[in-house]
Design a protein around this ligand. Structure first.
Ligand code: PLP
Length: 413
């Protein structure tokens, strides 16, 4: 019999659950290194100067911000043209040809997670229910795919003893018992840069090998670009995977290519939920209108239309050249602080599992600490890391870095 009593308790979110515990911790030395939110040297979450200036522009120009009616289902038209321009002409000029041929279906989404959710729903309804996800990966990937109809989620081995293992990864794809094919494709999640949680990314030679294999196997790439700008500090540079995949001399993606993109980290618009989904379609003019219409139908059933304010902020930043220049500076500054914290950690901590610290990218440091060491750090020292050993660098600053390093040294001695 079915009843409301059939609803079991779900485990707490692996990351957000820790913040709840942190908040009730009474230790004055406590340090929260769990969530990927940028904090400045004073431990504050601040608004990026470019974003603050965009907000002032919105305040001063009432006409830009007084219309609180619904946005269209697929988001604001301005957002669409600004973001397409930013992604497919500036970040990846290889995309211009697809724009000119009107082959990119686009919707404004509830940040990167919303893009992944809508993409998975579309794929599972019409194309495939099988997805390859790196092991390890962002914990929410499987959750989002499962919630949106994926039945077969296959981990591909990303790391071996803390290092990237491309050979094993590609072998796993090639030797799968049920292979992907053009008439029966499977999809694969790729972290565009700053792999979460490891911070370890393939080199461009390795990406070529990976993309060649994925292309040969008729896998559908889902590029998850949540950290554009946090890899090198240069927003354009960091879109390298997008540039490589859109090289039409080399790849044709007969079942499309999906890009899930987020302004959460690089504009600091976390809670405003600003991002996008782009589907690069094969060169058949009947496809894009079909996909456009299905994306709208999915969004209508999920949440009807996206929120307005954050996309208006992003529009002002992206379409005002002075603010855009400022934004590039802001991102560079965030990156350089994270990089200096990473370097300090690498200097302070000198045991085996840290050999790769300086080769890691992005907001996190993948410590190699075991779940039980992470547990001791939390219980005995009030230093909070994710159970997979991932540490958010932005939570560190001159007032707590020594304490954290001492504690980490203690749990590994
Ligand atoms: N993908 C990865 C790998 C992430 O780490 C995150 C955020 O932590 C996201 C996607 C999506 O984040 P958001 O929905 O806040 O844009």
């Amino acid at each position: 019999a079915s009843s409301i009593y059939n609803i079991p308790r779900a485990p707490p979110d692996r990351i957000l659950g820790l913040t709840e515990r942190f908040n009730s911790d009474q230790n004055p030395l406590k340090v929260n290194l769990t969530v990927g939110i940028y904090k400045d040297e004073n431990g504050q979450v601040t608004t990026l100067p470019s974003v603050a200036r965009a907000q002032t522009v919105l305040d001063q120009h009432e006409e830009l911000n007084t219309d609180l009616s619904y946005l269209p289902i697929s988001g604001s038209a301005d957002f669409q043209s600004n973001v397409l321009q930013f992604l497919f002409r500036e970040s990846a000029p290889q995309g211009a040809q697809y724009l000119d041929e009107d082959r990119i279906s686009f919707i404004q989404t509830l940040s990167g997670t919303g893009a992944l959710a809508v993409a998975s729903k579309l794929l599972s309804l019409f194309v495939t229910k099988t997805a390859w996800v790196p092991d390890p990966s962002w914990a929410n990937h499987c959750n989002v795919l499962q919630n949106n109809g994926f039945k077969d989620i296959r981990p591909y081995p990303y790391l071996k003893n803390g290092s990237l293992n491309v050979e094993q990864w590609l072998q796993e794809l090639q030797n799968a018992p049920v292979a992907s094919s053009q008439s029966n494709p499977q999809c694969i999640i790729l972290h565009a840069c700053c792999h979460n949680p490891s911070g370890i990314d393939p080199s461009s030679e390795q990406w070529t090998e990976i993309l060649d294999t994925i292309h040969d196997l008729n896998l559908i790439p889902i590029i998850d670009m949540a950290y554009q700008g946090m890899d090198t500090g240069d927003l354009y540079k960091d879109a390298y995977l997008l540039r490589m995949s859109l090289d039409s001399q080399r790849y044709c993606w007969p079942n499309g290519l999906f890009l899930c993109q987020s302004f959460a980290k690089n504009m600091g618009l976390y809670g405003e939920r600003v991002g996008s989904l782009s589907v690069v379609t094969p060169p058949d003019m009947t496809l894009k209108p079909n996909i456009d219409s299905q994306l709208k139908k999915i969004v209508r059933g999920f949440y009807s239309s996206p929120p307005g304010y954050g996309s208006r902020v992003a529009n002002v930043v992206l379409s005002t050249s002075e603010l855009k220049t400022q934004w590039f500076e802001d991102v560079k500054k965030m990156h350089s602080r994270l990089q200096s914290v990473r370097t300090k950690m690498a200097e302070r901590l000198n045991w085996n599992c840290f050999s790769e610290i300086n080769g890691q990218h992005g907001m996190f440091l993948y410590t190699g600490l075991s779940p039980s060491q992470v547990g001791i750090l939390r219980e005995n020292h009030s230093v909070y890391l994710n159970s997979d050993g991932r540490l958010s660098l932005s939570g560190l600053n001159s007032s707590n870095i020594d304490y954290v390093c001492d504690c980490m040294q203690k749990v590994t001695d």
